[in-house]
Design a protein around this ligand. Sequence first.
Ligand code: SF4
Length: 177
Amino acid sequence: MKKLLLHSCCGPCSTVVIERLKDRFDVTVFYCNPNIEPFEEYEKRKEEQKKVCKFFNIPFVDVDYDNSSWREFVSGLENEKEGGKRCEKCFVFRLKQTAEYAKAHNFELFATTLSVSPHKNTEVINAVGEQISKELDIEFLAESFKKKDGYLRSINLSKELNLYRQNYCGCLFSKRD
Ligand code: SF4
């Protein structure tokens, strides 16, 4: 099977994606989410991600919490509404790191769990992934994981695994709004 590096935004969203991909690819989870604030919340979500990886027996790669670089990257867009330009840049920040790591560690393609959420625009996510794929010359798996009740399945699996499910996207701007 091809080696796939899966950027995961959180444990709950990753459940359904891992379930759908694990028999098609050799999946490794890449937890790259310096957008999550405050740090305690980031750590809490990371622990839930580890639980999911353990359940599915999937390797887990932890990434540095470089929140200051992320903040700098989205600066000027603090007052954007969720789903706007700040989010698009946030996708770029996380998917670029994913693709770079994938390339450096001999993965054949990369993907992301971001499209599970009904609050996230799949077309924007896939356009970002495809652009990075071209720039770095590594395949991107452009799928919409919210299709076929993907979000509902993620909720049900999260309940089964007794996972913490957050009530805001990640950054303090999304918490504020
Ligand atoms: S709302 Fe979510 S996707 Fe948008 S910038 Fe904040 S953390 Fe990133």
